[in-house]
Write a protein that binds this ligand. Structure first.
Ligand code: KG4
Ligand code: ZN
Length: 362
């Protein structure tokens, strides 16, 4: 039986969770507490790093206590503390990792420094018991990547954004149109009443042999269209949102279908391979439906873990800790591990300009 306490503070969620794994059984999430800072940042239209770090300091102790209490497990019975050590906003990372180090030292437990992206990458094994290898599409406010997940600690980034992350493009579009933060859910809501064919926005990178993403040109096209017809009526805003969402879905369809083809070539033994989506943008129904249809056509299983575990949480961090313990790669002397605001999941792929880590969630 392995029991791990997970801690996540890399952006604007303060989270703690206890996850267990018993023998060959399925893992169990005994507690999963996430405190969102959306209200603290809403007035600024985005995440303010200093405010985020202070909010983590104020909330983290209580959140960890609550996660332990909810789980019914004593700290003494926890096997290890797993904390996000990067990538993310360095202030929040310092708060989470230092707290984890203090608890680990005081309770004499091992500390496991986890890459936040590894947490997202392994979630589908926690929720759906997926076997390696599989393909991951991570689309959040800070990241837009396609990763071949081949094993614990064995990830290959096949694509990333060369400028904005997809969630960031949603957030910036919303801001431009005067919609409240966070932008993604509001753009989706308004788009439902809009005409997706009114504006012919570009489908960034569509047709390119390189599988990467780009969203800043699309953002500029939205701004130009909005400026050209300003002042905007509610219907104009809805039409822009719907057209933007259609362009995004179409671009994703093209990019992801290339990755599916590559997966087929590199892993020919997989009869029914899986595409897993993670990140807040995966909540978008148009995008989800597009990816589902694409998988259906390509003979892939489409795996979308419950949204609560797709967006930032500590259960995925605890689980990554369990996976590392089980694989015997939990690391040694992690008390010396320093937070890494930039920490690519795959150290082999050449860094891209921007690497999808611009903006507040960089
Ligand atoms: O994964 P997440 O909760 O946090 C990180 O970025 O780590 O993702 C948040 C992002 C935001 O940019 C938000 O606007 C976007 O996901 N998002 C959406 C939707 N819900 C959240 N984007 C499009 N449609 C949605 N329904
Ligand atoms: Zn995340």
């Amino acid at each position: 039986m392995i029991r791990v306490l997970g801690i996540e503070t890399s952006c604007d969620e303060t989270a703690a969770s206890v996850v267990t794994l018993e023998g060959g059984g399925a893992p169990e999430i005994l507690s999963d507490i996430v405190l969102s800072q959306i209200e603290e940042h809403a007035a600024f239209g985005g995440v303010v790093p200093e405010i985020a770090a202070r909010a983590h300091v104020e909330a983290l102790d209580g959140i960890i206590e609550a996660a332990l209490a909810d789980s019914g497990v004593d700290l003494a019975d926890i096997d290890a503390i797993a904390a996000t050590a990067g990538p993310g906003l360095v202030g929040g990372l310092i708060v989470g990792l230092m707290t984890a180090k203090a608890i680990a030292a005081a309770a004499n437990k091992p500390l496991i420094a986890i890459n936040h992206l590894e947490g997202h990458a392994l979630t589908a094994r926690l929720t759906d018991g997926l076997d390696f290898p599989y393909l991951l599409l991570l689309v959040s406010g800070g990241h837009t990547q396609i990763v071949a997940v081949r094993g614990v600690g064995d990830y290959q980034r096949w694509a990333t954004t060369i400028d904005d992350a997809l969630g960031e493009a949603f957030d910036k579009t919303a801001k431009m149109l005067g919609l409240p933060y966070p932008g993604g859910p509001n753009v989706e809501k308004v788009a439902a009443t809009g005409d997706a064919t009114r504006f012919a926005f570009p489908r960034p990178m569509k047709g390119s042999a390189q599988p990467d993403f780009s969203f800043s040109g699309l953002k500029t096209a939205v701004r130009q269209a909005a400026t050209a017809i300003a002042p905007l009526s509610d219907q104009d805003v809805a039409d822009i949102c719907a057209s933007f969402q259609a362009a995004v879905a179409d671009a994703l369809d093209d990019r992801v279908s290339r990755a599916l083809n590559r997966f087929r070539q590199e892993f020919p033994g997989e009869a029914k391979p899986a595409l897993v989506v993670a990140g807040g943008v995966a909540a978008n129904r148009t995008i989800k439906a597009t990816l589902e249809a694409l998988c259906e056509k390509a003979g892939f299983a489409f795996v979308a873990p419950p949204l609560k575990l797709c967006t930032d949480n500590a259960a995925m961090i605890a689980w990554a800790g369990i996976e590392r313990l089980r694989a015997g790669i939990a690391g040694e002397n992690t008390a010396d591990f320093l937070p890494r605001s930039r920490w690519p999941l795959d150290s082999i792929s050449a860094p891209m300009v921007g690497s999808g880590r611009r903006g507040a969630k960089a």
